[in-house]
Write a protein that binds this ligand. Structure first.
Ligand code: SF4
Length: 428
């Protein structure tokens, strides 16, 4: 349970959920920095420190680079959306309530909805839509897995506390003396430094090009079917090493294959996700195995879920015809901007300063963190607070099974994107 304590009259927050990556750790302790800001006191990571300890800036909204009141900025944004033939609502770095407000505004304004990180998440979505998958949750992996295969992703960068919370945990819900775990890194230069501690048994690294991981998984699918594989190497890896990996997979009681679709940024990257997922599905004929897709940063799970709840589709939805219309290729925001199919970009980035809009000469409305690293002045800029720091909210975890409540931790004059979007919608 989250809690708030007062020490010497200053608020300390315990069991706080962190919105700065997809695993949404819910055990942080946050207190005052002593200079008016916040300090991560316990259970943080470098990414969370950057997010929570960002100095509070409260700049004025701007229209055409000039300071204006919030009401004037809202009116200018509403006018642009009203006059637009086809606005894109992109970025979408927000929580559940912010995404609900985006959906309402897109429906009123007749626009297209797509997240900034959709290119990566669509490698998963296409597989889920076409052939399905068998995935697990962070909690089940933490409590049941005896083998983790880390396929091609540098988790310490994307989800820094994953190993600490899910792989290296000493206690298990189902055993007082849980067995040691094997961790196998399959990929190119992956950081294995976090796989340590008494719970960890063997740690193996199989060096392999990321875009050849699919070949290795497909070869192991063949082995699973009793088909003999010839050749000295498979996907650039010695055949004996792949056979050993397969033997370890077969011997495990509960294996978890972990990937991050953002790591498969090459032609046919979704086929690597598919090879992993088919291998897992087929492995369940004789053993227990599951997939776990990580990443989920900048609120992608919240954006996908809310869009699916409200429109029936997982992003890349257009309301141009007054009802939700889904097309994963046609309503790809990056493609549409490059093809000049839109005349207005409404960009939302409320978690960090790095989720910047793509280079485009299309007029842009930005609802963003005050320090968002914009390369050019947008037509309208409205600084907004961060959910879980400046205002309350809710975020969906990367395994899509829970939503975590986010607390307001500091006093801030920054409006929430939820309120700003609702005001723009009211002014349309
Ligand atoms: S691992 Fe992710 S959710 Fe956990 S504290 Fe770090 S940034 Fe926050």
């Amino acid at each position: 349970m989250e809690s708030e304590k007062s020490r010497n009259g200053v608020n300390h927050f315990e069991n706080i959920a962190c919105p700065f990556c997809g695993i949404a750790c819910d055990d942080l302790e946050i207190g005052p920095s002593g200079s008016g800001g916040l300090k991560v006191l316990k259970n943080g990571c470098a990414k969370s420190v950057v997010g929570f300890e960002r100095p509070l800036l409260e700049p004025s909204p701007q229209v055409d680079g000039k300071n204006v009141s919030l009401a004037e900025a809202v009116a200018a944004a509403a006018k642009l959306i009203r006059e637009s033939r086809l606005p894109i609502f992109g970025g979408l770095g927000t929580g559940v309530e912010g995404m609900r407000a985006v959906m309402a505004l897109a429906e009123r304004g007749g626009g297209v909805v797509d997240h900034a990180l959709s290119a990566a998440t669509y490698r998963n979505t296409r597989v889920m839509q076409s052939s399905g998958w068998l995935t697990t949750t962070l909690t089940e992996a933490r409590n049941r897995a005896d083998l983790f295969i880390i396929a091609g992703c540098d988790i310490n960068k994307s989800n820094p506390r994953f190993f600490e919370r899910v792989v290296c945990n000493e206690a298990s819900m189902f055993s007082d003396n849980p067995p040691k775990r094997t961790v196998i890194f399959l990929g190119d230069g992956l950081d294995q430094s976090a796989a340590k501690g008494p719970r960890i048994g063997e740690v193996l690294t199989i060096p392999c090009k990321t875009d050849r991981i699919g070949e290795i998984l497909d070869a192991m699918r063949a082995m699973q079917k009793g088909i003999s594989i010839t050749g000295d190497t498979i996907g650039g890896v010695p055949r004996a090493t792949v056979e050993d990996l397969f033997a370890r997979f077969k011997a495990a009681t509960y294996s978890v294959v972990v990937w991050n679709p953002a790591s498969f940024d090459f032609a046919g990257g979704d086929l690597t996700v598919q090879a992993i997922c088919e291998f897992i599905k087929e492995g369940n004929a004789t053993s227990r195995s599951a997939g776990l897709s990580l990443g989920g940063n900048e609120g992608t799970p919240s954006a996908i879920s809310v869009c699916a709840w409200q429109s029936g589709y997982p992003l890349r939805v257009s309301y141009a015809n007054g009802k939700p219309e889904y097309d994963a290729e046609r309503y790809d925001a990056a493609r549409m901007l490059a093809a000049k199919e839109s005349d207005l970009l409404v960009w939302l980035a409320s978690f960090g300063d790095d989720l910047v809009p793509p280079e485009t000469d299309v007029p842009t409305i930005v609802l963003g963190t005050p320090g968002l690293k914009l390369s050019r002045k947008p037509k309208v800029f409205i600084p907004v607070g961060t959910p879980g720091v400046d205002h309350a909210g809710r975020i969906i975890r990367v395994d899509n099974v829970v939503s975590l409540p986010l607390r307001k931790l500091r006093q801030s004059k920054l409006p929430s994107a939820i309120d700003v979007l609702a005001s723009i919608e009211a002014a349309l």
